[in-house]
Design a protein around this ligand. Structure first.
Ligand SMILES: [Zn+2]
Ligand SMILES: [Zn+2]
Length: 264
C-alpha cells in the first residue's frame, strides 16, 4: 500500500483498465498496449474489454462472444511471449442493463476473467427508440440529455450502478462519476452524494475495488472519481486501483506518475 498524499492506491504500477480495437472504438493491437506498458515500467496490464447486452445504440461499441474468443487467444499468446516482463490480465468491463441481467450473468459465468469491471454506460428512457449513452460526445445524444435534465439522469445512473454492484459478480467499479462528462455545466447535488455514499457502502460490503480512472484527467482535468468521492471511499477502507481506460496504446498508464510515490 502506497501513500500518495491523501489517497492510498494499491499496486500503483498496474494499469487495470485498457481496451483494444476489438471494441470498435479503440485503435491498436493488444501487443502494442503490452509493449507500451513495458516501456512505461508497469508491472501489470489488465485488459478490460466492453461487454454490453440488449443495448440499442448507433454502432456496436462492445465485443461479441466471437470477439472475446479472439481476445482470449491473443491474450494467452502474449502472456507466453512477455512472461517475466509483465503480468497480463484478461478482464471484462460489463455494462449493466437491468433488462438483460440473466444473459449478462450467464455470459460472465462462461469465462475465467481476471477482473470484472462494473460500468453503466446506457440508460433506457421512456419514449426513446435507442438507449441514452451517458459517455458519448455525440451531440444529438447530449442535446437529449440536456432536455431530460442532468439531475434526473445522474439519479438514475447512480441507482443503476448501485444495483449493478449488488447483482453482478464484479471485482472493480469503473469511472464512478464519469457519466455526462462532456457537459461542462454538470454538477452533483447533495442527493447524488447520498446515493454515492450508499454505493460506496455496497462496494465496501462486497469487498471490491474502486477504480481511479485517469482518463478523467484528459477529459475534465480531474480523475474519475473526483477527490471528494475518493476521500469518502477511503473512509470506508475501499481498495483503489489505477486504470487509464486507454483506447489507444500510447494512453496506457497515462498520468499515473502523479499518483506514484517518488520511490517507485
Ligand atoms: Zn470504450
Ligand atoms: Zn467505461
Amino acid at each position: 500500500m502506497v501513500n500518495t498524499g491523501l489517497i492510498r492506491i494499491q499496486n500503483p504500477a498496474s494499469d487495470h483498465h485498457v481496451h483494444t480495437k476489438l471494441c470498435g472504438h479503440a485503435t491498436g493491437e493488444m501487443e502494442q498496449y503490452v509493449q507500451t506498458a513495458i516501456e512505461k515500467k508497469l508491472k501489470k496490464i489488465n485488459f478490460l474489454e466492453h461487454m454490453e447486452e440488449e443495448i440499442s445504440w448507433k454502432t456496436r461499441t462492445w465485443l461479441q462472444e466471437s470477439d472475446f474468443d479472439k481476445y482470449f487467444a491473443e491474450g494467452i499468446r502474449l502472456r507466453s511471449i512477455y512472461k517475466g516482463q509483465i503480468e497480463i490480465g484478461l478482464g471484462v468491463e460489463c455494462g449493466y442493463n437491468p433488462d438483460a441481467t440473466e444473459t449478462l450473468l450467464k455470459r460472465l459465468a462462461q469465462r475465467q476473467w481476471d477482473e470484472i469491471g462494473i460500468s453503466c454506460h446506457f440508460l433506457k428512457i421512456e419514449g426513446l427508440n435507442e438507449h441514452l449513452n451517458l459517455f458519448t460526445r455525440n451531440e444529438e445524444n447530449i442535446a437529449i440529455c440536456r432536455s431530460i435534465g442532468t439531475d434526473i439522469l445522474l439519479t438514475s445512473y447512480f441507482h443503476s450502478l448501485t444495483e449493478a454492484v449488488q447483482i453482478l459478480p464484479g471485482t472493480i467499479v469503473c469511472h464512478l462519476d464519469g457519466p455526462l462528462r462532456h457537459l461542462p455545466e454538470l454538477q452533483l447535488r447533495d442527493s447524488h452524494y447520498m446515493q454515492i455514499d450508499n454505493l460506496l457502502k455496497e462496494i465496501a460490503k462486497k469487498n471490491i475495488t474502486l477504480e481511479i480512472n485517469t482518463s478523467g484527467l484528459r477529459i475534465r482535468g480531474e480523475q474519475f472519481p473526483a477527490l471528494r468521492i475518493l476521500a469518502m471511499a477511503q473512509d470506508y477502507d475501499i481498495t483503489m486501483h489505477l486504470g487509464s481506460d486507454a483506447h489507444k496504446p500510447e494512453d496506457v498508464g497515462s498520468n499515473f506518475q502523479q499518483f506514484w510515490p517518488s520511490t517507485l
